[in-house]
Write a protein that binds this ligand. Structure first.
Ligand code: DC
Length: 679
């Protein structure tokens, strides 16, 4: 996940390949509960790993279900349900902030019998549950509030079994506060629909109908067929029994799929040969937002698919403008506004008043972003009309404010395919975490762009100038990848010595051959050479000296070029070394030559060693690094020197933070975004 202040997307050119979308949160917890009520074992695939599913799994284990998480890393969890058996009680269940666990578990446990206490974090205790509890009390359940009336925590006291329930009259529940109350009853009442049908009546307007649709569809997968009358009266037939489907796939969020459907429409080739494939949600999705596919097709996308996959490639190009009532796909329709930037003519999205009261005023935010990109936008209380920039030269590089709204961030990432080849800045990219923490990683895994467009910042300089620390920090601040090229030489030297090769010209070809096939891996801050963690071994003074020697051998330098180039990947790279700006990335957009006086560098190195508990003599260190400076800068190939277009930064008197800030200021100055750097 990118937790940077902003994420700059370089201009992207095309997309192809496969993305696996994460399972939907609300479907995950519904499936877990239904599996827990069924007899037998259900294999749940593609379960979303999140706080909310965590508490649900723990609670199910607590009440006596079998929960096998041995394949959880592959997204599969096996639940052995209670079936006819009693839940284990008494039990205390902690449900965090998961409304999707609190509400249905309350209903299911109340109808199941036993003694339970259900609680959560402080915020959970501020989220209403009174309407659901009222419905259960009306049936004859014994439930008491342990804190404020109407809110968790609560206690279910059915120690002597479920009391006789009043099932003859319809169970009445309010539908205008949260549809989760109705969902909870729909999932739990089949437990008691033995001899007679059980009827639920919704009081007041039912909100979030698509979510009830999901509940009904999932119930059907577990053998319960609920009939409904205009979404106001629901009948659970007598004799209903939960039947495990054996295995079930948790669908991905259909609105998350919309970004990739749009991506396929905008950025794939106009043939089925190199399509974009989306795994996790398909044409048979039970989610209302899957109808986004129809809208995307109307704009020109070629979409095919199966039960849980979709395949998209470009059809009409430019896309076709549309005029659409979007009431049935409120969330996914935002993606159409960005597709409109690639259409011929004006696109109008109607009946979207609900956008104004979501995470942010989405009509205003979408209008603002589209305008910043150069589009002409008209907005009304319940509509948005987008006319794209009239030619490539009318596009603008925009820094898009995302208002802590995941969908705004994901939508505008698609502007990176603009025909003007301009980058797009997404402010506060971590806001995508609400539904799709790995969104940008998924995007980068299928987006392609010519390598020259991937920005590189080079930070070269002599040993102990602080370039490694500064470069790593700049990379982190920008969300860019990081290349410590010195490590390549250090690893090569180590590999050579381990292979029994002396580091000299006589062995240069054999060392180069070794360098070309280095089995090196960079993982979570550690460096692996084959099966060995060499992170510490390559950091010694001796290893540095050996690296300097090995780096003077021309065939070795040549052999490491491809490996270093392979680090240039989306969204960008910060590379530190000696010849990043001069040899390896001569076209880099920013080259910094970071230096400091020899005295200062010797002192820093000294401090560093002392802090690691290694004793050292400051004069010896200075002599060593001066010797390395001389070798590194007088060798015939790629000698250490500032690139002609490098900006020299002497950081003798600067802190690391100050040096990082200076590099970032220089970087900002090179960006085309009109707005000043966001905070
Ligand atoms: O940056 P460092 O101390 O880890 O580098 C170790 C040696 O590797 C350095 O003395 C010279 C060599 N090197 C190089 O020649 N070119 C680079 N781009 C990086 C390092």
């Amino acid at each position: 996940m990118y937790s940077t202040a902003f994420l700059d997307l370089p201009a992207l050119a095309s997309a192809d390949g496969t993305v696996q979308l994460p399972g939907s949160k609300s479907i995950s917890n519904r499936v877990l509960l239904l599996a827990a009520l069924s007899e037998g074992t259900t294999e749940v695939h593609d379960l979303l790993a999140s706080d909310d599913t965590r508490v649900m799994l723990d609670a199910l284990r607590e009440i006596g279900c079998g929960v096998d998480e041995s394949a959880a890393a592959q997204g599969t969890v096996r639940i052995t349900g209670l079936g006819a058996a009693a839940a284990r009680s008494p039990a205390r269940l902690f449900l965090g902030n998961a409304g999707t666990a609190m509400r249905p578990l309350t209903a299911a446990l109340a109808l199941r019998g036993g003694e339970f206490e259900l609680s959560g974090i402080a915020r959970m205790h501020e989220r209403p549950i009174g309407d659901l509890v009222d419905a259960l009390l009306q049936l004859g359940c014994h439930i008491t509030y342990l804190g404020n009336p109407g809110f968790p925590p609560l206690r279910i006291a059915h120690g002597n079994g479920v009391p006789p329930l009043a099932l003859d009259a319809p169970v009445r529940v309010r539908g205008d506060v949260s549809s989760q109350f109705l969902t909870a009853l729909l999932m739990a009442l089949p437990l008691v629909a033995h001899e007679k049908d059980v009827v639920i009546e919704v009081v007041g307007e039912l909100i979030s109908r698509p979510y009830i649709h999901i509940t009904l569809q999932l119930l059907e997968r577990f053998g319960i067929r609920v009939q409904h009358d205009a979404w106001q009266r629901f009948t659970i037939p007598a004799g209903s029994r939960y039947l495990s489907p054996g295995a079930i796939h948790v669908e991905a969020d259909a609105s998350s799929a919309s970004y990739f459907i749009a991506l396929g429409a905008i950025a794939t080739a106009a043939s089925a040969e190199k399509p974009l494939r989306i795994l996790g949600v398909g044409l048979e999705s039970i989610q209302g937002d899957i109808r986004f596919v129809e809208a995307a097709r109307a704009m020109g996308a070629e979409v095919t698919g199966g039960p849980n996959w979709l395949q998209i490639h470009r059809g009409a190009w430019p896309l076709k403008a549309i005029d659409l009532d979007c009431n049935h796909i409120p969330d996914a329709a935002m993606t159409l506004a960005v597709m409109a930037l690639y259409a011929q003519g004006t696109t109008t999205l109607r009946n979207i008043a609900s956008w104004r009261v979501k995470e942010t005023d989405r009509i205003a935010a979408m209008a603002q972003g589209c305008r910043q990109l150069g589009a002409t936008v008209e907005e009304g209380p319940d509509f948005l009309r987008v006319t794209p920039p009239s030619s490539a030269s009318d596009w603008r590089a925009a820094s898009v404010h995302t208002y802590d709204d995941h969908r705004i961030a994901m939508c505008f990432s698609l502007a990176a395919f603009n025909p003007a080849g301009l980058p797009v800045r997404i402010e506060d990219p971590k806001c995508v975490a609400k539904t799709f923490p790995g969104y940008f990683e998924a995007l980068f895994s299928v987006a392609r762009t010519p390598v020259e467009r991937i920005p590189v910042i080079c930070i070269d300089g002599p040993t102990a100038s602080g370039k490694g620390t500064v470069a790593a920090s700049v990379a982190q601040r920008l969300g860019y990848r990081f290349l410590d090229s010195g490590a390549m030489y250090r690893i090569t030297a180590l590999a050579a010595l381990r292979a029994g090769l002396a580091i000299d010209a006589a062995h240069q070809d054999r060392i180069a051959a070794l360098a070309r096939g280095l089995p090196v891996r960079f993982e979570a801050g550690r460096i692996w050479l084959g099966g060995d963690d060499v992170t510490d071994a390559i950091r010694t003074e001796e290893a540095g000296m050996n690296a300097s020697r090995v780096s003077a051998l021309p065939p070795v330098r040549e052999a490491l070029v491809a490996l270093q180039h392979s680090f240039r990947r989306l969204p960008g790279l910060v590379a530190d070394g000696r010849d990043m700006g001069t040899v390896i990335f001569p076209g880099a957009a920013l080259k910094v030559y970071l230096t400091a006086t020899a005295a200062c560098r010797a002192e820093r190195r000294h401090k560093q060693l002392i802090s690691k508990g290694i004793s050292a003599n400051i004069d010896d260190l200075r002599a060593d690094l001066e010797a390395r400076d001389i070798r590194d800068s007088t060798r015939p190939v790629a000698p250490l020197k500032p690139a002609q277009d490098a900006l020299v930064l002497d950081n003798s008197l600067l802190t690391v933070e100050e040096a990082v800030e200076q590099v970032l200021v220089w970087w900002q100055q090179k960006q085309p975004f009109a707005a000043s750097a966001p905070g």
